[in-house]
Design a protein around this ligand. Structure first.
Ligand code: FHN
Length: 474
């Protein structure tokens, strides 16, 4: 029998409490069968997401052709925003489709990268703000099959490869911004401004005639969809969001909805590259770039190193979240080699230490994240958070995983934070023989795990501490 993780029961309870709080009209009988059913359904949907912890985001579209440069001039900002930043008229931008022929695209190779990287799900841009569908769409001819010489459906090829390799597959879909359509939000250089579109009914016409039918296509034609990643919900009122929610639920009840639809989804999406400073309750995900752009830019070579990626992954997992890390393939269909190398380096680490991440729960401690400065202020005048990055802790029933960053483990051993449980044994996950490290009692009653030097693994080592009882007693 599978043991139900304690934190998942806790999250269920939190959801129930949240629901009870919002259902004020039912205060006399807050846990109605309906409310309990809603919570139970969400719990069933979100289980895989809590286990996964690490996913691959892919931003791929026509913007990979100009790759940050328009008419010989570099365009500042993120690559996939080039149409907006350079105010490119619709017909000129749409003409890029005739050049789009990514003959090096290989769905197997992309999915294999996610597997090698230790990632458990892939989310790809099926339509970004430029309005171009990266799949065969009957709703609009502005799609990769009908408008390009490539004439293949990469989403179908990726769906098949994901199914083969056991990777969950989801779609980014820009529901509100669509710079190709007169009624879509965002393109105020070719078309009237957003407010007028809303008033005139053009925006609703776009939603009903393009966004909703395309969403229906995506959820009908590509097998099980693990999540829909909506984004930038300009003008997405409660009613419009509700229509989208109902569409997703009716077509694929197991499909998650991210936190940027307009209404609250199944989990919270933080800001781009935003990692909360401390433990954060609920289910959440940080979408993040591996350099400084989402869509490919030929001049951006500032790749995050394996050490930086790994720190962020463990940091996020120890605060209860997921890390959705992006790559931006080229117009030829190639994922830039430095992204691949750095993801694979972290994947090699996860092969040995993955049990400290996948399915692991948040830290029961907290001081390891850092503290607010008593004197220094941030730009907004609030106390500055001084981050600590020596170690992080993740948990499973009866186990604590202390990931200690850097090649050198502390010379005097690793001083454990205070907890009451007796220790059964401690060992390094990176030690193939799992030699037991006998804990000493140091000064002030602090328990210290002696650690071998040099440490067996570069980048970061994980000390697994097995304790009496499932949950940590502080
Ligand atoms: O505008 C988009 C951006 O292009 C990118 O897709 C990111 C990914 O989180 N989301 C929006 C900005 O937050």
């Amino acid at each position: 029998m599978k043991i139900r993780p304690a934190w998942s029961a806790f999250a269920a309870l939190l959801s129930l409490v949240a629901l009870m709080t919002t259902c004020s009209a039912r205060a006399a009988d807050p846990v109605t069968p309906d409310a309990a059913k809603i919570v139970a359904e969400r719990e069933a949907r979100i289980g895989w997401f809590r286990e996964a912890k690490y996913g691959l985001f892919i931003h791929w579209g026509l913007y990979a052709i100009p790759a940050g440069e328009w008419k010989g001039q570099p365009v500042p900002g993120i690559g996939e925003w080039i149409m907006n930043r350079a105010k490119i008229p619709v017909p000129e931008y749409a003409a890029l489709a005739k050049q789009f022929n990514p003959v090096k695209f290989d769905a197997e190779a992309w999915v294999q990268l996610a597997v090698d990287a230790g990632m458990k799900y892939i989310v790809i841009t099926s339509k970004h703000h430029d309005g171009f569908a990266m799949y065969r769409s009957k709703v609009s001819p502005f799609n990769i099959v009908d408008a390009t010489p490539f004439a293949r459906d990469p989403i179908a090829e990726l769906a098949a490869a994901c199914a083969k390799h056991g990777i969950r597959f989801g779609f980014y879909y820009s529901q509100s911004q669509d710079w190709h359509e007169p009624g879509g939000a965002g393109n105020n250089w070719d078309f009237p401004a957003n407010g007028e579109k809303d008033k005139s009914g053009a925006y609703d016409k776009y939603l009903r005639e393009k966004a909703e039918p395309q969403l229906r296509e995506l959820l009908t034609n590509y097998g099980p969809t693990c999540l829909i990643w909506f984004d930038t919900p300009q003008m997405m009122s409660a009613g419009r969001s509700q229509r989208f929610t109902e569409l997703v639920r009716s077509l694929q009840p197991a499909c998650l909805i991210d936190g940027r639809l307009g209404a609250s989804g199944d989990y919270e999406s933080t800001g781009d590259n935003a990692i909360p400073p401390a433990n954060k309750v609920g289910d959440w995900e940080t979408p993040a770039t591996i350099n400084h752009t989402w869509g490919f830019k030929k001049d951006d070579h500032d790749w995050k190193s394996p050490g930086e990626i790994l720190f962020k992954l463990v940091d996020i997992a120890s605060k209860g979240g997921n890390y959705l890390l992006n790559v931006g393939p080229t117009a030829e269909g190639v994922i830039p080699q430095p992204s691949q190398d750095n993801l694979r380096a972290v994947g090699a680490w996860l092969k040995v230490h993955g049990e400290a991440i996948h399915g692991a729960g948040r830290s029961p401690f907290g001081p390891e994240f850092g503290e607010f400065s008593a004197t220094q202020k941030d730009r907004a005048g609030r106390p500055l958070f001084l981050k600590r990055d020596d170690w992080r802790c993740t948990t499973k029933p009866g186990k604590l995983y202390f990931t200690v960053f850097g090649e050198a483990l502390p010379r005097d051993g690793f001083a454990l934070p205070a907890f009451k449980n007796a220790i059964k044994k401690a060992y390094l996950l990176g030690d193939p023989s799992r030699t037991v490290l006998t804990t000493n009692l140091g000064a002030d009653g602090v328990r210290v795990v002696p650690v071998p030097r040099p440490a067996p693994v570069a980048i970061a080592n994980v000390i697994c501490v097995e304790i009496e009882g499932d949950a940590v007693q502080l």
